[in-house]
Ligand binder design. Sequence first.
Ligand code: HEM
Length: 447
Amino acid sequence: MSSAVARRAAMPPGPRLPALAQTVLWAVAPVRFGRSCTRRYGPVFTARILGFGDVVYISTPEGIRRILRDDAARFDAAAANESIRFVVGEHSLLMSGGAEHTERRKVLMRPLHGDNVAAYVEVMESVVEQEIRRWPPGSTVRLLDCFQRVTLEVMIRAVFGITDSARLDRLRALVPRLLAVNPLIILLPALRRRFGGVGPWAAFQRLLAEVDRIVIAEIRERRARIAADPGSRGGDVLSLLLTQGGENPPLTDRELRDHMVTLLAVGQETTATQLAWFFERVVRAPGALDRVEAAVRAEDWKVLDAAIHEAIRARPTTLDIGRVVTEEWTAEGYTFPAGTLFAVSLGLLHLSDDLHPRPDDYAIDRFHPVEPPSAHFLPFGGGSHRCLGASLAMVEMRTVIAAVVRDVRLRARRAAPEAVTPRGPMLVPRRGAEVVVVANRVAAGRE
Ligand code: HEM
């Protein structure tokens, strides 16, 4: 037996299909592919994905806890994020590990802390109100597009603190194109060539350069403005990063740029997509929308959070997070060599029949009044890489949902659930969460 065959024999079982066929199934319908492999081979299986090689999927609570917490020092998250280094930059939190990661995280933690985030609610309310006014009664709206606009606006104003209207307009146009980066250039480094200035890489480079110019110009101007008048500092994340005290040396323009683009890359589409899935689920589950409306009226935030958590469980925006093990590691009856790539599948954990009975049903009571054990539900990951924007995301989702259900009555455009469809790194509702606006108290022109 060759050593490659021997190594593969020692790996967890997985589909025998050729790598190309597995890659196509994984790329077209990742949730269906993951769930059918789990049913057949169990919660630890090996898939062969072109561009990545053997990928070990793991969705047991014990395995996930060990990778994210107990044995975290033996796992490298940055290596698994390598494919997006060219977007987020070398100073990004996503590109660091160990002590360097701890340092970078500390820097970003304070501005994204719950107390600061509460100050963004006013901006969020005004942004969502403006969006809702554009939904005339009787019309069909694609909520994913609407919430993309809302979360981008919140990001530009509350996180970047940009008020210059020319810059705002330009970023509004550029960012969606930047985030819709052609997945082929993420997966296939060989395509990252300029080919004489034509093709997806050259186009992406031009886009990134323009976003960088705007972000760096904003950083420089803000730095100068705050230096001239410290009282002009805003409460946004960029201003807080520019003025943080302590022993740390001030952040360079490039470091700030990488932090800001990272927040944009990981925070905007996730929240928009999760909001779209929330309504896609809630308008279809019998009684769920009424329950959410009653909770908002009664300011019963526990029920609203339960409804949000259940939507995240039932419709994850990404199926897994990547880790590369840096030394031999024994778990789940296998010994994995250093360099093994793991897909830590929070999505498959949340869809497990054993841990969440009838996982395809949307049921708010799964999370209320008693929540499932924390090892069975990790919406924002865990351990040293746990989502830094969890407070911001939860506050934003509560605020947006509360505003929508207070003023608007929605119903599903079609009874059938929308299919889960990959779009870039996100799993989105195929029709963009289409709903019909039954009534709207604030639609433009009604007063
Ligand atoms: C519903 C929305 C969101 C979900 C479901 C979500 C989920 C996650 C998950 C599962 C991770 C862990 C990744 C890992 O361990 O490798 C993560 C990391 C991260 N998230 Fe979020 N996220 C959301 C929104 C946000 C927002 C709004 C921001 C900030 C503006 C943000 C910033 C980050 C950052 C910076 C990390 C990297 C943390 C680190 O590596 O130390 N996220 N997120």
